[in-house]
Design a protein around this ligand. Structure first.
Ligand code: F6R
Ligand code: MG
Ligand code: MG
Length: 386
């Protein structure tokens, strides 16, 4: 029987800045989901990372179910009321629309859902990031499902040897493409290296996978808040659901993709590059320079619609090295202040508050006459050499 895992997250207010979710808000959302889940959910789990509240739901209604989306929306609404009561910062921030209209997509919250054929044992990991964007998952998902230096199972396990299929979205042009790896490895990399535009949405097994043919095995939230709201309203802190083991990356192969704190964009004011630090839940609060960007991993097993777990996977000294490196990178980058490449390039500052500053300066700019002349000369002299 098919089962659906729906993970929906939103920033509905935090304490004191964009640091962490306040416990009474978590409790309210938990209570709301519990009180309204009868006949809808077989199980659920509420967690939070930084200023983002996360609802993991198990049900049989498939993806894009209006009832499931509405439940999450209303739970966030209920949580927002508590956030307002305490005057929490940015209360209701990610709930961009007033009323629910059938699908939570495009309304602010991030959504990662997949309908699966559960295996005898169905282990999976929910990854949750704060202070970064959906493209931050490109590198680790690629490593898990396509890089044998990260995932030796791709070489050793006959069930993984044929590789996986990647569904990649161009979030600027609303187009998608499906490409298999390893056949199209270089094409995949040509796109997903541009992580603010091309994002991995889903990973599937191939039809030839012996244990689990043509199944969705990973899904990532790709909702870009700035594209919905037309301006910066907080980052689109992403989450992902990744199935593991038995012909899929092992738990440790999946986690290994985060053992090197690679650079992601987001962090302070959604305007800076910084290292992604893997942390346990107890350290999932954004402090230094509103970060650094962090990722938490919660491990579950699903059986007959019920969840066991979670296990807080990065709460482990084996990731101390990655955390230390991340802090070293923070010290190094911070000395650059507002300069690129610590600060994001102009193209990515478009949706921040910086254009307002530039706009206000606009009337003070004067033409540099010679510059135009020089530019012309340059073209002319280039012509001479043709
Ligand atoms: C928000 C974020 C923060 C804020 C910063 C300024 O996701 O990452 O770094 O951008 O704290 O916030 P405001 O403008 O609300 O004072
Ligand atoms: Mg926030
Ligand atoms: Mg956040």
């Amino acid at each position: 029987m098919k089962t659906t895992i729906s993970h929906i997250k939103a920033d509905i207010g935090s304490l004191p800045g964009h640091t962490t979710v306040y416990e009474p808000v978590v409790k309210e959302v938990e209570k709301y989901v519990k009180d309204h889940s009868e006949g809808l959910l077989s199980d659920f789990h509420i967690s939070s990372v930084g200023d983002d509240l996360q609802i993991t739901m198990i049900h049989g209604r498939g993806i894009d179910s209006p009832e499931i989306h509405e439940l999450a929306w209303n739970a966030f609404k209920a949580g927002t009321e508590v956030a307002k009561k305490f005057g929490l910062y940015g209360a209701g921030q990610d709930l961009l629309k007033d009323a629910f209209s059938g699908n939570i997509k495009g309304m602010g919250p991030g959504i990662a859902e997949m309908e699966i054929t559960p295996r005898k044992s169905e282990p999976f990991i929910i990854y949750m990031m704060d202070k970064t964007e959906p493209g931050a998952f490109n590198l680790p998902i690629y490593k898990m499902f396509a890089d044998p230096f990260n995932t030796p199972g791709l070489v050793i396990d006959p069930n993984m040897h044929e590789g996986f299929k990647f569904e990649i979205w161009d979030i600027m042009e609303a187009k998608k493409i499906e490409l298999p790896a390893p056949e199209n490895l270089y094409d995949i990399l040509a796109m997903i290296g541009s992580k603010s535009r091309y994002v991995i949405k889903r990973v599937y097994t191939k039809e030839t996978h012996e244990k689990l043919p043509d199944e969705n095995v990973a899904v990532i939230t790709t909702d870009k808040l700035s594209l919905i709201a037309g301006e910066y309203v907080g980052k689109d802190d992403p989450a992902a659901v990744v199935r593991i083991q038995s012909g899929l990356p092992a738990s440790g192969e999946s986690l290994e993709a985060f053992s090197h704190p690679f650079l992601v964009s987001g962090w302070m004011r959604g305007s800076f590059n910084g290292p992604l630090m893997p942390v346990g839940l107890k350290n999932a609060k954004m402090t230094r320079f509103d970060g650094p960007p962090r990722v938490v991993a919660l491990g579950f097993v699903l059986k007959d619609g019920r969840l066991s777990g979670p296990v807080d996977m990065f709460d482990d000294p084996a990731f101390d090295g990655a955390r230390r490196t991340a802090v070293d990178v923070v010290d190094y980058l911070r000395r650059m202040g507002p300069f690129e490449p610590h600060r994001l390039p102009d193209s990515e500052m478009e949706y921040t508050t910086l254009p307002k500053i530039m706009e206000a300066l606009g009337h003070k700019f004067q033409k540099i006459e010679n510059a135009t002349v020089k530019a012309k000369k340059l073209t002319e002299s280039t012509k001479d050499f043709d």
